[in-house]
Design a protein around this ligand. Sequence first.
Ligand code: SD4
Length: 290
Amino acid sequence: KGPGPTVIATWNNDAAVSKAWEVIARGGRALDAVEQGVRLVEADPNDQSVGYGGRPDREGRVTLDASIMDEAGNCGAVCFLQDIKHPISVARRVMEETPHVMLAGEGARQFALQEGFKEEPLLTEASREAWEEWKKTESYKPIINIENHDTIGMLALDQQGNVSGACTTSGLAFKMHGRVGDSPIIGAGLFVDNEVGGAVATGMGEAIVKACGSFLVVELMRQGASPEEACREAVMRIVRKQGSYYKDIQAGFLAVNKKGETGSFAIHPGFTFARARGPKAKNHKSKSYL
Ligand code: SD4
């Protein structure tokens, strides 16, 4: 027993979690819930870390990473995708319509167009201005907790007791052209095992990839850790391995288990998550190491 059906997402994505909850409330699949939920954020020009309106790379191009995973362990991902507003839905098509798990760059874009997705410019005026401003210094220091809305990773447990997850991002602002983060990498930015639960990550993708972060969180839960304990240990793994560099980066994990219990942990304070177990989502502060 436990709280039962639950939707959680990184950062202040309360509206996206409520949107996903609508799917869960009418008996829908967790997979549909997470896709519908994160699409809201992908389409939001004011979220400068995801999809449309995302901050570009050093060359002024918005390049997107996304992954999705269902209760049967199927997964799909796209990385370094340009000109397509809903990478999460392209990732789902990769999962459902191809024999592959991940498509990258131009190949992913062509696949999306073939599947009927529209080509559209994703760089908004606000993000172009941010890039122009960045070019004045070209400094490459990671920004911790960008405006408190960032990559969205979402997990849902539906009324059938199934877990699915989704993760979508424009990645680190002003990254090198071609850089891919943790978000489209299964086991790093997202992992789901329907026997155990699911986990998502946000923050400095390179550190999360090195720790196989989301996979680690799920495996720790399998061994009996609570979601929070598992997220904490994954964060500590990063802290211990990164020398003093961990002070300069944020990394946070969010997890749900099969009972609907949730937990999170981050290196720095400021990480928040949205959770719904009914129509109204609430935002919560995550615990942190520092
Ligand atoms: C990345 N993990 O591309 C993403 C960025 C992020 O909060 O999560 N920012 O490294």
